[in-house]
Design a protein around this ligand. Structure first.
Ligand code: PMP
Length: 452
């Protein structure tokens, strides 16, 4: 798809690989233990690796290419904006930024009608927390274990994930709690209703013990993504909203991964009929074509900064190329009914297909998700639910399963003992069936590690 010959593309890829190994420092990696895949080109739901082999992108990269790779109108919009005006400081008005803010505000629930733009998700979380602290005059922030909120200082501390070094800075003012997760319930619940009730009682007690007047915000992914796509059971998000209301705590919904169509609605929080005070977003807002994130702010918090300066900002806040990509992305998603496609694919093909695989593969312990946002949890024993890799680490068995997917032409998003099926929202029925067929083959590798 790049217009190059395959030999030219391979040669370019080989040179890039050598330079990468010499000079690029990779995230979340032991630098000498990785062999990163080269991607020479991408189009729609597919990428081409360093040898020119086509793979179905069931990862949407880092779950961000909601509109698929190289969408022509988004590419054209970025090109047109680059020709017109590449950069402008945030204090000046720019048409792409204004229009992107309007399109986002029209889609966020309730009165979240102001948008602060950032460069990505982590800085959106940093700013949401800063706004909540300034608005409430309080400091503590509560977040759940099994969550991901970003790789910067506050965001990584909010992240409830055990991958830490002993000298990582600890939880200064950040308190973690257990959210609902029936498959590995911390509350020994028998069903979803009990899990909701017990998880809310746990949070309620934690708020009481920490002192409600010290808590600025509770931040929750509307559907936790990286940590395992655990769709909150009915009533949980409404219960958190009620706890926040009772104590004047700001409710931040982190929609960086779940937002912009991924779950089959514009925002995942819309599944629960709850209106948060702040929404953080990034990724799907423009499918990552140019880095962009932001915070959608409700009227009450915006009013705090009406006559008192918000003491924060970024040079590239609302960057013209990034916001032009957002305008084109949101318009294309609307015109091509891409959010509706994600909902239908989840209900009719991807969800049922994964559940059908679970009937035949003893290595699948749990299947969960919605829209084009699904996870299968791999276990060595369905009875004990022993994971195929421990939480927070990889394992040789998991690596074998991932390698089997790749060698059969599927690029999954894998994390610990889970494979996430998170294709672009534009994915077709045939592509999903192709991905399911490859998973079917690769899962026999996982089955070989099971007790039964
Ligand atoms: N919040 C959530 C829910 C995320 O999934 C991520 C990224 N995976 C982030 C925040 C951080 O976003 P970024 O990597 O763009 O900084």
């Amino acid at each position: 798809p790049t217009g190059q010959s395959i030999d030219e593309a391979r040669a370019e890829g080989e040179r890039a690989f050598a330079l990468d190994r010499a000079h690029v420092f990779h995230s979340w990696s032991a630098q000498e233990q990785i062999t990163p895949m080269t991607i020479l080109a991408a189009e729609g739901s597919y990428v081409w690796d360093g040898s020119g082999t086509r793979l179905l992108d069931f990862s949407s990269q880092l779950v961000n290419t909601n509109i698929g790779h190289q969408h022509p109108t988004v590419v054209a919009a970025v090109q047109a904006q680059a020709a017109k005006l590449c950069t402008i400081a945030p204090q000046y008005v720019n048409d792409a930024r204004s229009e992107a803010a309007r399109l986002i505000a029209e889609r966020t629930p309730g009165d979240l009608n102001k948008v602060f733009f950032t460069n990505g998700g982590a800085d959106a979380v940093e700013h949401a927390v800063r706004m909540a602290r300034l608005h409430t005059g309080r400091y503590k922030v509560l977040s759940r274990y099994r969550s991901y909120h970003g790789g910067t200082d506050t965001a990584i501390n909010l992240t409830g994930d055990p991958r830490r070094w002993p000298n990582d800075r600890g939880n200064s003012g950040i308190v973690h709690f257990n959210g609902p997760f029936l498959y590995r319930s911390q509350f020994h619940s028998a069903d979803e209703a009990q899990e909701t009730e017990r998880a809310l009682a746990h949070l309620d007690q934690l708020v009481a013990m920490e002192g409600p007047s010290t808590i600025a915000a509770i931040i929750l992914e509307s559907v936790p993504g990286t940590a395992g796509i655990m769709v909150p059971p009915p009533g949980y998000m409404a219960g958190v909203r009620e706890i926040c209301d009772r104590h004047g705590i700001v409710f931040i919904a982190d929609e960086v991964m779940a937002g912009f169509g991924r779950t089959g609605k514009w925002f995942a929080i819309d599944h629960f009929d709850v209106v948060p005070d702040l929404i953080t977003f990034a990724k799907g807002v423009n499918s990552g074509y140019v880095p962009l994130g932001g915070v959608a702010i409700n009227a009450e918090i915006a009013a705090t900064f009406a006559n008192r300066a918000y003491p924060g900002g970024l040079t590239y806040s609302g960057h013209p190329l990034a916001t032009a990509a957002a305008v084109a992305t949101i318009n294309a998603m609307e015109e091509e009914k891409i959010v509706e496609n994600a909902a239908r694919i989840g209900n009719e093909i991807l969800g049922p297909g994964l559940r059908e695989l679970a009937q035949r593969h003893p290595s699948i312990g749990d299947v969960r998700g919605l829209g084009v946002f699904w996870a299968i949890e791999l276990v060595t024993d369905r009875q004990t639910r022993e994971p195929l890799a421990p939480y927070g680490a990889s394992s040789p068995a998991m690596n074998e399963v991932i390698a089997a997917c790749k060698s059969a032409g599927l690029l999954p998003f894998a994390n610990f003992n889970r494979i996430h099926a998170v294709p672009p929202c534009t994915v077709t029925d045939a592509e999903v069936r192709e991905g399911l067929a490859i998973l079917d083959t690769a899962l026999s590798v996982a089955d070989a590690h099971t007790a039964h």
